[in-house]
Design a protein around this ligand. Sequence first.
Ligand code: HEC
Length: 155
Amino acid sequence: MKHILTILSALLIASCSSSPSGNESAAPPGKVETPATLEEIEKSFEKYKGVGPVSEVEVGDEIDQTLADEGKVIFEAKCTACHKTDKRFIGPGLKGITERRTPEWTMNMILNPEKMTQEDPIGKLLLIEYNGSPMANQNLTEEEARKVFEYFRTL
Ligand code: HEC
């Protein structure tokens, strides 16, 4: 009798240790991406051109003051409801924007804010940062957006 028990328990242990393996395949569903922060992205902002009509902007070494003055008029008429230059308001303060975004990205944000906040990595993070309050499209022409960008260079 004792022998049988020993054999039985030996069998039991053997069968347990040969239980199905390969549980590794049961990983949680869905890919978990670590969300990048705005600060991280800003370290390599040169890569980001945004989503929209602007793919390349020519920027002179010197500021074009005529362009910038016209840009300032447009900015004051259409943007100051939500933006200040020196500090956060409804939208971000825009001083220093030329040091954290490319000209292409900036113009695409002005011309195409809906898509920018849905599809662009920086735009998406900005929308979160600004509590989901979207930037309203002010229907500027590309030429007007270029002038506003020149004005931003003077800030
Ligand atoms: C109704 C409010 C509103 C108006 C009007 C508005 N914006 Fe914005 N803007 C925002 C908000 C809010 C954001 C942050 C992104 C978001 O939440 O959509 C933003 C983001 C931006 C950004 C990106 C800033 C950054 O730090 O990257 C730029 C550039 C910008 N706006 C330029 C303009 C210009 C130029 C105008 C005028 C033609 C304008 N905005 C008009 C609300 C506005």
